[in-house]
Ligand binder design. Structure first.
Ligand code: ARG
Length: 456
């Protein structure tokens, strides 16, 4: 088969060499973006009188037909035509004749491919932002029902202080809020048109880049044609933002895995989001959460892969840059899938309120209450810490908890302690009284939920 660029060649590459160099296997995902870019380009060529109107009409007709076929999945791509750009150009020429060859006037595959990538990411990033919002909504809905569910709060994975379970869930809401903001803010760098940069140096044709950018709905155009065709920062930035989202999902996944274990029993996943074991009949495994934790690694890998690919490249286009695509497609798919699964998992999980409440009654996470109580009564906090520590030790020896001590036991440790201590030591009051801004007190958590609602 003769190549669209075959003029200068005496013989064609062997098929296995073609196969190695081809990107059509994966860049066919850009089919709609590529056709959209070509439509804008040829319309601009017509407006600028670079091509006569009848040629523009013929080319537009052909491109529209290809678009219809693409949406019906009727296009047959060939490895011999290397990539999506050459495949479509070849199809256009087959469809409308040699006039199709005029489409590439004043353009190169280098600005073409960059344009496709910008168009693709612009749409995908908006979709991902929507998926994040849906997930945030699921978190919010669960949180609203568990403001007064008391749960152990941890540091070092050791019981620390009791918290509202909603407060714990809402922490993830805010991480996702930042993720969503970062992705939205990155749009201004994605929303830029490289089209018209040509191979690297611009073109001698009197094109109108702003007009083509306008047709494509791009907000800005690149100011330097060499930068326009070499820049892949916007993809690196996307992969980096995606890595942060995955890191958050992975931490949440880790907690879901812990909470649904026999040891914690804080939640139970819906059957639809868990799997069984082929040998152990009793098992209910949190596979989806584990898989999301696992997939975080491949998204980080995609980020590092592209950073490494780009680091030694001289300006401008180099074929190395074809390696920007698979990691990006893979990341979009992984991220969307993970967000949707997580949304369903959180929306349908059962929270074992009773078990959480029992848990906080079987630990020393109210010890800070006692220390604070003594400090409020005038004892220096360091001393209060020491007195409380001694009482905790006494309990451990007697195999009881602070609330099991008698008033006499407590007063022996400090005369400042009075009967109101028992209310202070109850986990509910420990949570309720943490009413500082952003704290776990019920009123603060309700306020936080209201603020979060206003954002969605
Ligand atoms: N398939 C190529 C890529 O994805 C398209 C650009 C090719 N340009 C070139 N001059 N070989 O990077």
């Amino acid at each position: 088969m003769t190549k669209l660029w075959g003029g200068r060649f005496q013989k064609s590459a062997e098929q296995w060499v073609d196969e190695f160099g081809a990107s059509i296997g994966f860049d066919q995902q850009l089919v709609i973006e590529d056709l959209t870019g070509s439509i804008a380009h040829v319309k601009m060529l017509g407006e600028c009188r670079i091509l006569p109107i009848e040629d523009v009409t013929a080319i537009l007709g052909g491109l529209e037909q290809l678009k219809v076929k693409a949406t019906k999945d009727e296009l047959v791509f060939e490895v011999a035509n290397e990539d999506i750009h050459l495949n479509l150009e070849k199809m256009l020429i087959d469809l409308i004749g040699p006039v199709g060859g005029k489409l590439h006037t004043g353009r190169s595959r280098n600005d073409q491919v960059a344009t496709d990538m910008h168009l693709y990411l612009k749409n995908r990033v908006s979709e991902i932002v929507d998926s994040i919002k849906m997930f945030q909504q699921a978190i919010l809905t669960q949180a609203e029902q568990h403001v007064e569910t008391i749960a152990p709060g941890y540091t070092h994975l050791q019981r620390a202080q009791p918290i509202s379970f909603a407060h714990h869930l809402m922490a993830y809401f805010w991480m996702l809020e930042r993720d969503q903001q970062r992705l939205s803010e990155s749009l201004k760098r994605i929303d830029m048109s490289p089209l018209g940069a040509g191979a690297l140096a611009g073109t001698t044709f009197p094109i109108d880049r702003e007009k083509a950018a306008n047709y494509l709905g791009f907000e800005h155009v690149y100011q330097n044609s060499m930068d326009a065709v070499s820049d892949r920062d916007f993809i690196v930035e996307f992969l980096s933002n995606a890595s942060l989202v995955m890191m958050h999902l992975s931490r949440f996944a880790e907690e879901i895995i812990l909470w649904s274990s026999q040891e914690f029993q804080f939640i139970e996943l819906d059957d639809a989001f868990a799997t069984g074991s082929s040998i152990m009949p009793q098992k209910k495994n949190p596979d989806m959460a584990e898989l999301i934790r696992g997939k975080t690694g491949r998204v980080y890998g995609n980020l590092f892969s592209l950073l490494t690919t780009l680091k030694g490249l001289p300006l401008t286009y180099n074929k190395d840059m074809q390696e920007d695509k698979e990691g990006m497609f893979d990341t979009v798919q992984t991220l969307n899938g993970s967000l949707q699964i997580f949304e369903g998992m959180v929306r349908t999980m059962t929270i074992h309120t009773k078990r959480l409440n029992e848990a906080v009654h079987q630990d020393f996470s109210n010890a800070t209450e006692l220390a604070d109580y003594l400090a409020t009564k005038g004892m220096p906090f360091r001393e209060a810490h020491e007195v409380t520590g001694k009482l905790v030790f006494l309990c451990i020896q007697r195999k009881i908890y602070l609330l099991d001590l008698t008033l006499e036991d407590l007063q022996e440790a400090s005369k400042l302690i009075e009967a109101d201590i028992f209310n202070v030591l109850s986990p509910v009051s420990a949570v309720k009284r943490r009413n500082s801004l952003g704290g776990t007190g019920f009123d603060q958590v309700r306020l936080q939920i209201e603020k979060a609602k206003a954002l969605l």
